[in-house]
Design a binder for this molecule. Structure first.
Ligand SMILES: C[S@@+](CC[C@H](N)C(=O)[O-])C[C@H]1O[C@@H](n2cnc3c(N)ncnc32)[C@H](O)[C@@H]1O
Length: 459
């Protein structure tokens, strides 16, 4: 252990988790741009079903409300590759049969990373909606140059988990806060100016180094703290008082700031702030010992979202109506069927836990192929499916062959939503791949996982 530590160079001092989290994420998004999706997919980065459900709910709300404003201002915060906006606008265009809403839409894609916005500019699916969408650099935690009461709807997917998050733990009436320190193996960080560039978030210089984000090692420690002067300190204390000792609780302070920004800019006649993210949906999950409270994806540092606390803070920030449900229930209601992602289906396979990673990749591709026999996407897209480093030659060849033969109108992503009837339609083929009859039925019963995807709307 001592030997390993001596080979690691600290990139700075111990600081509260929220400070290092936002620091490293600004570097991650600032240097990677659309390449973030080599590290993770989201429910909107290739699929369309969540975007369609959102567009349908939005159109329904506007018609019900009789919203007469022209333009109707929609903002999306933290936009990734722009696919959510593209699919939302396409669905709206086709569902708005009397064309009374789509032509009035002014959809602004807001992001703090110039690299991300450059990727969005190049998204051909968005270009079809020229005149309806606009791009704006902005930091969702701090932005204050929008006109007050000027926006009718705000949307975000998987941004709260990226924003500043403190971690608190209580023990015998005392509170402790998590501190982090980033370290790198010396062979990566031995270029003398590296630490300065990292400290200064010098994106132009950091881009020229070989990949380093994945190799950061995070040291952790908990230190005594007092939160009485924190924003919403009283709400947080009341929240913690009903929870168990010795469990780390994420306090998503950056998300609290987005609530304040949203409250400030939402028009009187607004349709709310809708946010999708993953984390703990109730006190039951918050109180599960050993549940994750952070996760790393290719160097990106994400925190689980504490939805119950966000709801309590939202009320304190002036939102009267806070609705929370499972994201799967929202999408399923839109399709009048139960849904799950292709990846969740693959995880139900009886042999998945014993498979080598490349065999799991082959199973995923074969599962997609089986589903594609009945699945039809309204959009054409070709999925890249690169083999993982270390995949043996034979499996690498099989992966390339299967990926090449995937239908362009098939399931668009490994985390795309699929319905119970699509799985039932492919049941024969799936059973040949080793799925059991009971697994296929059980797949839609929901899981008891501590971490789930949530859909929250605040008005
Ligand atoms: C996990 S990605 C999600 C992208 C997209 N919404 C999706 O679901 O595919 C997070 C996005 O939020 C952006 N982001 C992170 N922190 C931000 C901040 N403080 N202000 C604005 N954008 C931010 C990142 O640049 C990135 O585009």
């Amino acid at each position: 252990m001592a030997r390993l530590e001596s080979q690691l160079l600290p990139l700075g001092d111990f600081k509260p988790s929220n400070e290092w989290q936002t620091h490293v994420n600004a570097i991650f998004y600032g240097i990677k741009g659309p390449a973030i999706h080599h590290h993770f997919q989201t429910y909107v980065s290739r699929d369309y079903r969540l975007a369609h459900a959102l567009a349908d709910a939005f159109l329904h709300d506007i018609k019900k409300r009789g919203l007469a404003e022209d333009p109707i201002h929609v903002q999306e915060w933290g936009v990734g590759n722009g696919n959510l906006a593209a699919r939302f606008l396409s669905r709206l265009k086709s569902s708005d049969t009397d064309q009374t809403v789509y032509p009035r839409i002014h959809y602004t894609l807001c992001d703090y990373s110039e690299e991300i916005l450059n990727g969005v500019r190049a998204n051909p699916n968005l270009q079809e909606h020229e005149g309806r969408y606009f791009l704006k650099p902005m930091n969702a935690e701090t932005q204050d140059d929008f006109e007050p009461h000027s926006v009718h709807k705000i949307i975000s997917n998987e941004i709260w988990d990226d924003l500043a998050t403190s971690v608190l733990l209580k023990n015998d009436g005392m509170l402790y806060e998590e501190y982090l320190q980033p370290l790198l193996p010396r062979n990566i960080s031995n270029v003398p100016p590296f630490v300065e560039q990292f400290t200064a978030k010098n994106l132009d210089a950091l881009k020229n180094h070989p990949p380093f984000l994945e190799q950061i090692v995070w040291e952790r420690s908990f230190q005594r703290t007092d939160i009485t002067d924190w924003p919403y300190g009283e709400v947080i204390l009341k929240h913690l008082n009903r929870l168990a000792d010795e469990i780390p609780f994420p306090i998503n302070t950056g998300a609290f700031q987005t609530l304040e920004r949203a409250k400030h800019i939402l028009a009187e006649n607004n349709l709310g702030y809708t946010s999708f993210d993953y984390g703990m949906l109730s006190d039951h999950e918050l109180n599960l010992r050993g549940r994750p409270y952070y996760k790393l994806y290719g160097g990106q540092y994400t925190s689980m979202v504490n939805f119950p606390l966000i709801a309590e803070v939202a009320q304190a920030a002036g939102f009267d109506d806070v609705q929370l449900e499972l994201q799967h229930d929202f999408v399923g209601r839109n399709l009048s069927e139960k849904v799950l992602s292709a990846l969740e289906l693959v995880q139900m396979h009886p042999r998945i836990s014993q498979m080598e990673p490349w065999d799991a990749d082959l199973l995923m591709l074969q599962t997609l192929q089986a589903l594609n026999a009945s699945y039809r996407s309204p959009y054409k897209s070709k999925m890249d499916y690169p083999a993982l480093p270390g995949t043996p030659k034979r499996q690498r060849k099989q992966i390339a062959e299967l990926a090449k033969n995937l239908s362009a109108t098939g399931v668009p992503d490994t985390v795309a939503y699929i319905t119970a009837s699509e799985v039932a339609g492919a049941a024969g083929r799936l059973k040949k791949l080793g799925y059991g009859e009971r697994d296929l039925k059980r797949a839609f019963d929901g899981t008891n996982q501590p971490i789930a995807f949530g859909h929250m709307t605040l008005r």
